[in-house]
Design a binder for this molecule. Structure first.
Ligand code: ADP
Length: 190
């Protein structure tokens, strides 16, 4: 089974590449950001809880995120594999994911990290904000908070996988298809 962590800062292109990857490899997509937005849209308790964190560009507490992913994995009995997008975002989440997968005798095949310079990220997020309707994409200070949180809390997750020999960095600037080709080369080597 192919279990990939697609990693990178906000605006790196994880969502765009995930869509192409699930089509090619026929694996399930678990995007915690998308799941939270779905809960928000449906007005569930989980959505209400997550909203204030998301609005401020801060991370939703680990136990909430982990519980949601656990449920999603349990619901996906037929999956041929998973692409994790926007998760794990803390080392505690990465450890919890390893435990969840271990119970199913599964492991992470590898982490692919999309490398994009900070200025480019900010431009992309602002551009996306014009059409995404996401309030966290439209406010300079929220964007800055998200990048700061990424650097402080999420970047250590890359070291976690690197120490297991599972990290590959990919240039995240270029055409969508070029980047997709680079990602597929890595996946095909697993
Ligand atoms: P981004 O464009 O910043 O990568 P996402 O759509 O992945 O955005 O996530 C949007 C927001 O949802 C985050 O800023 C955060 O508040 C919350 N969120 C998403 N995934 C996680 C996670 N794994 N842990 C904690 N919070 C999360």
């Amino acid at each position: 089974m192919l279990n990939i962590v697609l990693f990178g800062p906000p605006g790196a292109g994880k969502g765009t590449q995930s869509e192409k990857l699930i089509e090619k490899y026929k694996i399930d997509h678990i995007s915690t950001g998308d799941l939270f937005r779905k809960h928000l849209g449906e007005g569930t308790d989980l959505g209400k809880l997550a909203q204030k964190f998301m609005d401020e560009g801060r991370l939703v507490p680990d136990e909430v995120v982990i519980g949601m992913v656990d449920e999603k994995i349990k619901d996906s009995k037929e999956a041929r594999g998973f692409i994790f997008d926007g998760f794990p975002r803390t080392v505690a989440q990465a450890k919890a994911l390893d435990e969840l997968l271990e119970m199913k005798e599964l492991v992470i095949s590898g982490m692919i990290s999309l490398e994009v310079p900070e200025e480019e990220l900010k431009n992309r997020i602002k551009e996306r904000g014009k059409t995404s309707g996401r309030s966290d994409d439209q406010d300079e200070s929220k964007i800055n908070t998200r990048i700061k949180v990424y650097l402080e809390e999420t970047l250590p997750v890359a070291s976690y996988y690197e120490s297991q020999g599972k990290l590959t960095k990919i240039q995240g600037v270029g055409s969508i298809d070029e980047i997709f080709t680079s990602i597929c080369e890595v996946i095909d080597s697993y």
